[in-house]
Ligand binder design. Structure first.
Ligand code: PEP
Ligand code: MN
Length: 347
C-alpha cells in the first residue's frame, strides 16, 4: 500500500505515520518527492490489515492499494484453469457444458419428462429449484424436500448431474444429500456465513454474481469459499441491475471475459435470469461462449406459459435442442469441446 501524506507534512508526521505502518505489520519506506511525501508500506496487503484507516490522520491525504484483494482466486496465484469434477463431468479447462432444466421443480411428471429431454438434447446437469428465493412471499416458494426427492429420482433415471439452490444454512445437509453442485443465488451472493458453511461440505459451489455486485466483490465472495479449503467454485454471471428496463437484467459479458482473465475458476453464464426473455436466450448463449464462458445454466420448461415461476424466460426443450446443436458446431472455433453424456438416456 502507498500512504500519500498531505502537502507540508512535517518530519514528525512522517515519523508518526511510519510507526503506524510498522505497527500494522508493514515495512515503511519513505519517499520524499518535490511536492509530496509518500510512505510505501512493504508487505502482503492481502494477508495483513488494511492501512485505509490511516486516512483518518490529519497528515494523510490518501491510502492507495497496490495489490488485488483476492489471492486464492487469482490467476497470478494459479495460472492454469481450475477444472472441477462433479457427477463424473468436468467443468472448466477446454470443456463447455450445459446445465438445463426448469426454474422450479413443479411435479414428478414435469421434472422426469424434462430430465429425459435435457439428457437427449445434450445437457449434462439438470437444474431446478426446490427452494425458491421469490421477491414476494406470496409467490411459489418451491416444493422443498419433495422437490429434492424428485431431482434425485431424475438423476437415477437419466445419469444427469444435479444442480439446485440452497437458500439457508439450515438446509445445507438436506440439499447436499441430493445435489452434485450447490447453487448460491444472486440474493445470497454475499451471505458470507452461508458461503462459509456450504464451502465446508467440500462439494462444488456455483456462485451467482449478486445483481449489484462489482466483479471484485463477486470474486471476493468466491474467495470466502476457497479460503475454507474448497477449491470447487464455479462463477456464474446472471445479469446485473442497471438503468435499462427493456430486459430483466443486463447480462454483463464483459465481466465474464474479465473473470476469465482475473481468475482461474470456471465461469458459466445464466442467460435466462440474464435477460428475462426467451427470444434472447439463444443469442446471449452464443455470445457467452464467444466471451470465454465454460458453460451455461439455462431455464427450460415444456410449457413456459404454465410455469410456476419465471415463465417468460424459459425456453422449450426443442429450442434447447436447437441451441445445443449450434453450440456443438461453434465450440471448436473457441477451443472448446461440448461435453455430452456418453450413454443415451434410459427412457
Ligand atoms: C434461478 O436460477 O432460478 C434463480 C433464482 O437465479 P438468481 O439467483 O440468479 O436470481
Ligand atoms: Mn428462475
Amino acid at each position: 500500500m502507498i500512504v500519500v501524506l498531505k502537502r507540508g507534512a512535517t518530519a514528525e508526521d512522517i515519523a508518526v505515520v511510519s510507526e503506524e505502518v510498522r505497527q500494522a505489520g508493514y515495512e515503511p519506506r519513505v519517499i520524499q518527492g518535490v511536492e509530496l511525501t509518500v510512505i510505501a508500506a512493504v508487505g502482503d496487503e492481502r494477508s495483513q490489515g488494511s492501512l485505509e484507516s490511516l486516512t483518518a490522520q490529519d497528515a494523510v491525504q490518501q491510502v492507495i492499494r497496490v495489490q488485488k484483494r483476492y489471492k486464492l482466486a487469482s490467476r497470478s496465484t494459479k495460472p492454469e484453469d481450475t477444472v472441477i469434477s462433479a457427477a463424473g463431468y468436468q467443468i472448466g479447462g477446454g470443456s463447455f457444458g450445459v446445465m438445463a432444466g426448469p426454474c422450479s421443480v413443479e411435479s414428478r411428471e414435469q421434472i422426469l419428462t424434462l430430465a429425459d429431454q435435457m439428457s437427449a438434447a445434450g445437457a449434462i446437469f439438470l437444474r431446478g429449484g426446490a427452494f425458491k428465493p421469490r421477491t414476494s412471499p406470496y409467490e411459489f416458494q418451491g416444493l422443498g424436500q419433495e422437490g429434492l426427492d424428485l431431482l434425485r429420482e431424475a438423476r437415477e433415471r437419466t445419469g444427469l448431474g444435479i444442480i439446485t439452490e440452497v437458500l439457508s444454512q439450515r438446509d445445507i445437509e438436506l440439499v447436499g444429500d441430493c445435489t452434485d453442485i450447490f447453487q448460491i443465488g444472486t440474493r445470497n451472493a454475499q451471505n458470507y456465513a452461508l458461503l462459509t458453511e456450504v464451502a465446508a461440505t467440500g462439494k462444488p459451489v456455483l456462485l451467482k454474481r449478486g445483481w449489484a455486485s462489482k466483479v471484485e466483490e463477486w470474486i471476493l465472495a468466491a474467495e470466502y469459499i476457497l479460503v475454507q479449503g474448497n477449491p470447487n467454485v464455479i462463477l456464474c454471471e446472471r445479469g446485473i441491475r442497471t438503468f435499462e428496463t427493456a430486459v430483466r437484467n443486463t447480462l454483463d459479458l464483459g465481466a465474464v471475459a474479465l473473470a476469465k482473465r482475473e481468475t482461474h475458476l470456471p465461469v458459466v453464464v445464466d442467460p435466462s435470469q440474464g435477460c428475462g426473455r426467451r427470444d434472447l436466450v439463444e443469442p446471449l448463449s452464443l455470445a457467452a461462449l464467444a466471451a470465454g464462458a465454460d458453460g451455461l445454466l439455462i431455464e427450460v420448461h415444456a410449457h413456459p406459459e404454465q410455469a410456476w415461476s419465471d415463465g417468460p424466460q424459459q425456453i422449450t426443450p426443442e429450442q434447447l435442442n436447437h441451441l445445443i446443436g449450434r453450440l456443438d458446431r461453434l465450440c471448436p472455433m473457441f477451443d472448446k469441446q461440448l461435453v455430452r453424456r456418453e450413454e443415451p438416456a434410459i427412457l
